[in-house]
Write a protein that binds this ligand. Structure first.
Ligand code: FUB
Length: 320
């Protein structure tokens, strides 16, 4: 299957995080809808209020909608905007990590727990201590679980330095080191960080940190991590240049050296993805806005097979 296909033709789903649980593919997307909020650089138009979970028996199957797994009004600390989420499994329980603005309009990361991969998920009373910004990605490796996160502009990462909110701090200057995603190992209970989040350093081919002004390569949002042939692949969106890129490293903490583009720009402002191995093949899950006629805030989930060359380089996929 190298032809992309839409997975949920009758509803708008974005930011798909895909995992194999119980021998099936489970997908955790954001649920776009027409809320009427005007489009702006803060992303207020992404005004989502619930999550649905989907499963597929195999890569060719229809995506089955398991219904609402978590609602904004059931989260005690809710302000607004349920953005990208991801799920990890440990000791019989599924942990949904999600980004949402609290009552002060600050993005935090919350956790909700279920005994089933499709939910329903019961939210914790408070966001994760020390969490901020958006786009959580849960990655399991050798028995440890890590959470990656961060996103600039509407994702608020530019207001933080050394894990502290420091307004009026903003993006670094264009020739300074680019703002990085963060990563922290999770505690055994999966509900909190076990350490202070660390910087996910992205390097160029000469070992120099990517600069903020290198907009075709620097990190913007939508971190994802997978392992291929013993190497760690950190992939992400470049935001305003609309590329999905990747960088490779020898540890889940990085540093990661830039390799190339996974997906050229799709129709729509945002680009966001996950990468999954299923039955020996690799797949890219992503979204575009073709079905909504290009409405930035009404995105549709897709999947396509992803291929590597003999050196482990990902072959670039055309977004359009
Ligand atoms: O869906 C809302 C936001 O749009 C996500 O958190 C970003 O990654 C972008 O896809």
């Amino acid at each position: 299957m190298k032809t992309p296909r839409y997975l949920v033709p009758n509803d708008y789903m974005a930011d798909p995080s895909a995992h194999v649980f119980e021998g099936k593919i489970f997908i955790y997307p954001s649920h776009d809808w027409e809320s009427g909020v005007a489009e702006n650089d803060n992303g207020d138009h992404f005004n989502m209020r619930d999550y649905h979970v989907f499963s597929m028996e195999d890569a060719q199957a229809e995506a089955v909608d398991h219904g609402v797994a978590l609602r904004l009004e059931d989260i005690p600390w809710a302000g607004r905007q349920l953005w990208d989420s991801d799920v990890a499994f440990k000791d019989g329980k599924y942990y949904l990590y999600f980004a949402m603005k609290d009552k002060n309009d600050i993005f935090r990361i919350g956790v909700a727990v279920s005994e089933r991969p499709e939910g329903p998920f019961i939210p914790q009373a408070h966001p994760m201590q020390g969490s901020y910004s958006i786009d959580p990605c849960a990655f399991a490796d050798d028995g440890a679980h890590y959470l990656y996160f961060g996103g600039i502009w509407g994702g608020q990462l530019q207001f933080y330095r050394d894990n502290m909110l420091l307004p009026p701090c903003d993006l670094p200057h264009f020739h300074e080191t680019g703002l990085s995603a963060k990563v922290a190992r999770l505690k055994d209970d999966m509900l909190e960080f076990a350490e202070h989040p660390r910087e996910v350093l992205l390097l160029d081919e000469e070992g120099n940190p990517l600069k903020q002004g290198d907009t075709d390569r620097r990190f913007f949002e939508a971190a994802w991590v997978h392992k291929y042939n013993g190497k760690y692949y950190f992939s992400y969106s470049t935001g305003d240049t609309h590329l999905l890129c990747y960088a490779v490293g020898d540890s889940p903490y990085g540093p990661f050296t830039y390799q190339g583009v996974i997906l050229t720009p799709v129709v729509g402002w945002t680009t966001h993805h996950s990468i999954l191995e299923f039955n020996g093949k690799w797949f890219l899950f992503y979204h575009d806005t073709v079905p909504s006629g290009g409405k930035t805030w009404l995105r549709s989930m897709k999947m396509v097979e992803l291929e590597y060359d003999e050196d482990g380089m990902i072959k670039t996929i055309a977004g359009q």
